[in-house]
Design a protein around this ligand. Structure first.
Ligand code: NAD
Length: 478
């Protein structure tokens, strides 16, 4: 394996050149009928799928993810997103009639959705196809051009997609372009785009929000999570255990919606911990592209230090840690860790670990679990596990998270009629759903006076008492 290192920054010249082209392309693309935009995007996606093996090889090379995970999460996820937006875009983006108070009965009002222009996407390293391309699809369908700045640690997948767009010859030149590099290139993207969608850490998101605010650019922020999984004593233990292990360790624990804290009612806590430990033992870990494996490696070198720090802190504070051995630090391979007897004062329960770590804490009641779950400043996703669905529905009303599962987790992302995004410091704005498409447009409110065509309005000059009284009277009737 090659050394894991970041890519060099795109030059200023390249940045200017690509933005110039992208802006020109946006002017052409927005005039294409929606059905044509969808048809062309479907064609390029089919061409990409024809080269699926190459795409998987690139993704595997830069992330070390199991091939099955690449196919189901990254590629499968895009399929779901593409289907949802291509089937629903005409309904979501068509002019929407707007009801007016009866006093305006002689007028017609509607909302029109106008593309923003050039959308800048700034994305992290953990899901290099699904996150950027999953946002590019609705942005493009809505009639925008896109400049993507992927993570400097995983740029090859983005560059592969850019090459496919260019070689397809289907699109106005410059419609989808990639600029590579670190935060400096990210800043250049914010400066030159009409809207920015940032996915990444809360720390960087704050900087992006400040920069966008200075420039008065709309910004959508999708940031970190600290998924609390609350397992009640009447839950199906088998399903909850399997869910905890997959939900916490899929993508080697590097998912914003991944399980980061598990609260289990006292009555089932010992069995739950035993079963989780046994389940983790069965996982096959490796970097083979040909063999079946469940777990790969970390993607970003600094994560190894974060995980080591969190596990040491947990041990010092009395947790029982099993696993977590570093198998190969050059290849970023670490065994998954189960942290039993976790407590709220441990780093592993407070900060996003973003690695293959499952902290489990006993609780005496659902209310205690809810209280602990909401202690985090992050509020992206959460789940409750119980056989009493109506009790769970009531409890979830008190959870401060944008994405909630009852006996389920993570699949929200591909059920694209559900808006996806966080409460609190996990972000603002939503991807997916109707709002996830409309956010890539500016709404334009249109009001048409239909009749009588000659007469002025009562409320125009000159102001006269009898007219004012009549307007007030009519207004009270409304
Ligand atoms: P990061 O914040 O370090 O980087 C994200 C992106 O921002 C990268 O492309 C980076 O180059 C760029 N960047 C850095 N500084 C910048 C600046 N000043 N201006 C503009 N851009 C800048 O995040 P990361 O470490 O790559 O990714 C991990 C984080 O992403 C985790 O916190 C995870 O929870 C989060 N994440 C969130 C979601 C979601 O949908 N909510 C999805 C995936 C990952």
């Amino acid at each position: 394996m090659e050394t894991i290192s970041p890519i060099e920054n795109s030059s200023l010249e390249e940045i200017e050149h690509k933005f110039h082209r992208t802006r020109e392309a946006s002017e052409i693309w927005k005039k294409y009928p929606l059905s044509e935009r969808i048809r062309l995007l479907r064609l390029v996606w089919n061409q990409i799928l024809k080269r699926k093996e190459d795409l998987i090889a690139v993704l595997h090379q830069e992330t070390g993810k199991p091939v099955d995970e690449i196919e189901t999460i990254e590629i499968g996820g895009i399929n779901f997103i593409f289907k949802y937006f291509s089937r629903n875009a005409s309904r979501i983006l068509r002019d929407q009639p707007a009801p007016a108070p009866w006093i305006f009965f002689n007028k017609r009002a509607y909302i029109r959705y106008v593309p923003r222009g050039v959308v800048g996407l700034i994305t992290p390293w953990n899901v290099p196809l699904l996150t950027p391309f999953g946002d590019a699809i609705p942005a493009l369908i809505a009639g925008n051009a896109v400049v993507l700045k992927p993570s400097e640690w995983t740029s090859q997948t983005a560059l592969f997609i850019e090459r496919m767009f260019i070689s397809s010859g289907l699109f106005p030149d410059g419609l989808f372009r990639v600029l590579v590099g670190d935060g400096k290139v990210g800043e250049a993207v914010i400066e030159r785009s009409d809207m920015v969608v940032f996915t990444g850490s809360t720390r960087t998101g704050r900087k992006v929000a400040i920069k966008a605010a200075e420039l008065l650019k709309p910004a959508v922020l999708e940031m970190g999570g600290k998924h609390p999984m609350i397992v009640l004593k009447d839950a199906s233990l088998q399903r909850a255990v399997k869910a905890a292990v997959w939900g916490g360790l899929a993508n080697c624990g590097q998912l914003c919606v991944g399980v980061e804290r598990i609260f289990v009612e006292n009555e089932i806590y010992p069995s739950f911990v035993d079963m989780v430990r046994q389940e983790v033992q069965t996982l096959r870990q490796g970097l083979s592209i040909s063999e079946e494996v469940d777990l790969g490696r970390l993607i970003f070198p600094s994560q190894l230090e974060v995980i080591r720090l969190h596990l040491e802190d947990a041990k010092e504070k009395g947790a029982e840690v099993t696993g977590g051995d570093i198998l190969d630090d050059k290849k970023l391979m670490i065994r998954p860790a189960v942290v039993a007897n976790a407590r709220p004062d441990m780093l592993v329960m407070q900060q996003e670990t973003f690695g293959p770590v499952l902290p489990i804490m006993p609780v005496s009641s659902p209310e205690e679990a809810l209280h602990l779950a909401n202690l985090s400043p992050l509020g992206l996703s959460a789940s409750i596990w119980t056989s009493d669905i109506s009790k769970a529905e009531n409890l979830t009303r008190h959870i401060e998270a944008g994405v909630i599962g009852i006996n389920d987790l993570l699949s929200h992302y591909v059920i694209c009629s559900l808006p996806f995004g966080g409460f609190k410091q996990s972000g603002f704005g939503r991807r997916h759903g109707e709002e996830g498409l409309r956010q890539f447009c500016q709404s334009q409110s249109v009001l048409i006076h239909e009749w009588p065509s000659q007469a002025p309005e009562l409320w125009w000059f000159p102001y006269e008492r009898w007219k004012t009284r009549l307007i007030s009277f009519l207004n009270r009737l409304a």
